[in-house]
Design a protein around this ligand. Structure first.
Ligand SMILES: [Zn+2]
Length: 292
């Protein structure tokens, strides 16, 4: 991706190198793929008052709660990763402002929180093992940038656009929240079985992948893509599919426990978004999985 020298978003809280809060329980959270992280995050948020409630997100959280205030110096590589993430976030702001404006809507920009080790959000305390996540309660994306090393080393998805896809997916959850979809989906939770709700979660996650693809479509139109970028994103979407992660972790696959979709579904919905570039074609809840 051609990203150097371009606008970087100022909607960033850089909490890297601060001593974060220690984690309480041992909740299994891996929102970008595999685990129940996003669900838990959102459920906690909804229990705390939900969207549009008087007290947004429930427990008030200071911007930088009880953390040592002095940042440790970051390395040149960490600085570059941070600059990259800020540039990708700026690109998502530009694209989603335009697409929302086309619908007569106003896009409210999310905040990106960069952290190391652990972080406190309106959805609870999360450790790095949670993976990148979005919290609707404070409309912030949380990323420990070391995840991108893990993505390339552990999951074999390397390249800058693999990382860009991850950020764009989390921004996709913000777009869903802005559109009221998050609230709708989680409003259904008490009306169905766990298995049925898991199916909704999969469609919800696939929509975030689709929206990441929509973003990539417009980034390409701006001339910022390099050869191989889309393959990098597809590889990342494939690597963190539920079936692939489960096979890796336990040697077998349990479809009923899927929360994000299979490798095939995740990569094909990303690709569908990349081809279409529209909000309107992203009804993953009702459309059949695209065949590519
Ligand atoms: Zn997600």
């Amino acid at each position: 991706m051609k990203w150097q020298g371009r606008r970087q978003s100022s909607n960033v809280e850089d909490r890297r190198g601060m001593r974060g809060p220690s984690r309480g329980g041992g909740m299994p959270m891996m929102p970008i793929g595999g685990g129940l992280g996003l669900i838990i995050m959102i459920v906690l948020f909804l229990l705390n008052g939900g969207l549009g409630g008087g007290n947004q997100g429930g427990t008030p959280v200071d911007p930088q709660p009880q953390q040592q205030q002095q940042n440790m110096p970051t390395s040149a590589q960490e600085d570059q990763l941070g600059d990259f993430a800020k540039t990708v976030l700026a690109d998502t702001e530009d694209v989603w402002h335009d697409l929302f404006a086309e619908q007569g809507w106003t896009y409210k920009e999310p905040t990106l929180v960069l952290f190391t080790d652990s972080v406190e959000s309106a959805c609870g305390i999360a450790g790095s093992s949670t993976g990148p996540f979005y919290c609707p309660g404070d409309q912030k994306l949380y990323i420990d940038l070391s995840f991108f090393n893990e993505l390339s080393q552990k999951y074999g998805a390397s390249g800058d656009f693999a990382a860009a896809y991850v950020i764009a997916h989390e921004v996709g959850h913000h777009v869903q929240t802005q559109m009221g979809i998050t609230e709708q989906v989680f409003g259904l939770q008490n009306q169905m079985s766990k298995t049925q709700f898991n199916e909704y979660m999969v469609r919800f996650e696939l929509q975030a992948d689709y929206l990441a693809g929509v973003w990539a479509h417009h980034v390409q139109n701006k001339g910022y893509l390099e050869e191989g970028d889309i393959d990098e994103a597809l590889q990342a979407a494939w690597a963190i599919g539920d079936d692939t992660l489960q096979k890796q972790a336990q040697g077998y696959v349990v479809p009923d426990s899927f929360t994000h979709g299979t490798s095939e579904q995740r990569s094909s919905w990303f690709y569908e978004g990349f081809n279409k570039g529209t909000i309107a074609d992203g009804d993953t809840f009702n459309l059949p999985d695209p065949q590519h």
